[in-house]
Design a protein around this ligand. Structure first.
Ligand code: AMP
Ligand code: MG
Length: 525
């Protein structure tokens, strides 16, 4: 037996309550945390990519990654002996409305691996229907699977808390999707991603139990979560639940702060897509800021309201936390401490955001009124200038206080989408901004080499822009995985110069501006 299998555990299963009904028909599941369900075998599973770095952490050997068994088990075509896979029951608020039961409609958990203090839960996405599939097929298409596989790893290496991906497989099955919800359904290649996280428990797991007034199972889930993932907290006591909510709030805040730092737009911040560990979870119609626009969302389903636009994400996280507070209220029966934590979130976010922006600019923390003013005026300038978010911050690190305003401006020219349209007034505002920036730089200690080094560790050079993912997808559809592999390798070191990948340090090309998959994405996946 492969050694890693000795680390298999079933903590979630063992600690929590299984659905007594064994049918795989879509239905409401009561008085349970999860339902037993086997993956549905597919026609002809084939490995596209295995994440050897993550496999190493899990102590899965390179030989096993190349084995036939790896392909069959991690595509869902066979189940290891004594393993009983399961789907979790959860609910959620979708676009601000309570949607009732949702659940793992196309995710199937296999087991956990015990590798130190917290387990790794191993989950297949796209391996067939479950009792939570409602009217859908439980499958996933290649394009969305490539996006999840690449992006979750890219986020990990950017230092953003996230679920991860161990493998990407083709199923050999065709999946019918109406990509833009316009009546033009077509068959696409099916795929399965094996996802890995300490747990995939979401705010929605607690919400569904509270909504059904199943307080016994609500408490059981809370106690399991605290004991396993917040072991330093008291469990089973009111104070412990309050402390736990505070930690979930802090972890969620940290996650969103990272999103704003790197320019990531999740796209579907429904409460069923909010991890209880503050991990970025469920990579759907996410997007990357190309030109800086706080009102931008890539999700076509959210085109009108723009509820989940970039600049709104910190507020939505707080709104979602308030829904979690409502759900766990029955364990506490006192609203003041929860409200206090939620109110504190706002203040705390604002000060942390300013500190983070200071760091992006290579300025010391804490921030000061002068620095806040500088950050706010940069925000306005960027909005007015049609400028690339990633490139602008990366290039700002090249500025020293010996440069003239003109030289500073020249340094960031590659990040303007239409430099020719920058009028005299705007240009002179940039010049003023550089002068204020240089004043602050010169009042601080680090020399320009150290400042550049610090800035380059927080402002990534290489990010997975939507158009790049789309090029990898277009090639993958033709069974050419070279771009996928190249991007995967590059995204392991997003802060490094990597001259061999310089071509990817570029603005979104003109052809990608309005192309489906590059600027706008639907939830269809
Ligand atoms: P999402 O918007 O991807 O977070 O999904 C919302 C809900 O729909 C979750 O309960 C998913 O499991 C479910 N879902 C999404 N796509 C499918 C599918 N193809 N088959 C079954 N359930 C799905
Ligand atoms: Mg989801």
């Amino acid at each position: 037996m492969e050694d890693w299998k000795k680390a298999i555990t079933n903590d979630f299963r063992d600690a929590l309550v299984v659905d007594e009904v064994k049918s795989n028909q879509p239905r409401q599941v009561y008085n349970a945390h999860y339902s037993d369900v086997n993956p549905t075998p597919s026609q002809n599973p084939r490995l596209i990519s295995a994440n050897s770095k993550l496999a190493q952490e899990l102590k899965i050997s390179p030989d096993y990654l190349r084995s036939e068994e790896f392909v069959t088990v991690f595509s869902g075509n066979s189940v290891l002996p004594n393993n009983i896979p399961y789907a979790m029951c959860y609910g959620g608020h979708q676009f601000g409305q309570w949607a009732g039961q949702l659940g793992d409609g196309r995710a199937i958990n296999l087991f956990e691996l015990n590798r130190g203090s917290v387990p790794y839960q191993i989950q297949l996405k796209g391996a067939g229907p479950t009792p939570y599939s409602r009217s859908a097929d439980g499958r996933a298409v290649l394009r969305s699977s490539v996006r999840e596989y690449l992006m979750s790893e890219a986020m990990h290496h950017l230092g953003v808390p996230t679920t991860r991906a161990l493998s990407l497989m083709l199923t050999g099955d065709k999946v019918l999707r109406d990509m833009m919800y316009d009546g033009n359904a077509a068959y696409e290649k099916g795929a399965v991603v094996c996802r890995v996280a300490p747990t995939f428990i979401r705010f929605g797991n607690f919400q569904i139990l509270a909504a059904r007034k199943d307080f016994t199972n609500l408490q059981r889930l809370a106690d399991y979560t605290i004991l396993t993932f917040f072991p330093h907290l008291k469990h089973g006591s009111k104070d412990g639940y309050i402390e736990w909510f505070k930690e979930v709030t802090n972890q969620t805040l940290e996650m969103v702060l990272h999103w704003q730092r790197v320019g990531f737009v999740h796209g579907v911040m429904n409460t069923d897509n909010m991890s209880i560990l503050g991990l970025t979870i469920d990579y759907g119609p996410y997007g990357w800021l190309d030109n800086y626009d706080p009102d931008w969302t890539p999700n076509t389903t959210d085109n009108q309201m723009k509820r989940y636009r970039f600049g709104h994400q910190p507020y939505i996280a707080q709104w979602n936390l308030a829904q979690l507070a409502n759900a766990i209220y029955p364990l506490i029966e006192e609203s003041e401490p929860l409200i206090e934590i939620l109110n504190h979130y706002k203040q705390s976010y604002q000060s942390k955001y300013m500190e983070m922006m200071c760091e992006k600019l290579g300025l010391s923390i804490p921030s000061s009124p002068k620095k806040v003013k500088l950050i706010q005026s940069l925000d306005q300038l960027m909005i007015s200038s049609n400028i690339d978010f990633t490139m602008c911050f990366r290039l700002l690190s090249t500025i020293t206080n010996q440069n003239s305003p003109e030289e500073c401006y020249v340094n960031i020219i590659p990040s303007f989408y239409q430099e020719k349209l920058i009028g005299a007034q705007l240009k002179s505002d940039w010049f003023d901004w550089f002068t204020s920036y240089q004043d602050l730089i010169s009042s601080e200690k680090p020399n320009s080499t150290i400042r550049k080094k610090n800035m380059d560790q927080i402002n990534p050079k290489y990010v997975l822009r939507n158009y790049m993912a789309q090029i990898a997808i277009d090639e993958a559809e033709k069974e050419n995985y070279s771009i996928l592999d190249e991007l995967y390798q590059m995204l392991l070191h997003p802060y490094d110069e990597q001259p061999q990948h310089q071509q990817w340090f570029a603005k979104r090309p003109e052809w990608a501006k309005n192309k489906i998959g590059c600027s706008a994405l639907s939830c269809s996946s």
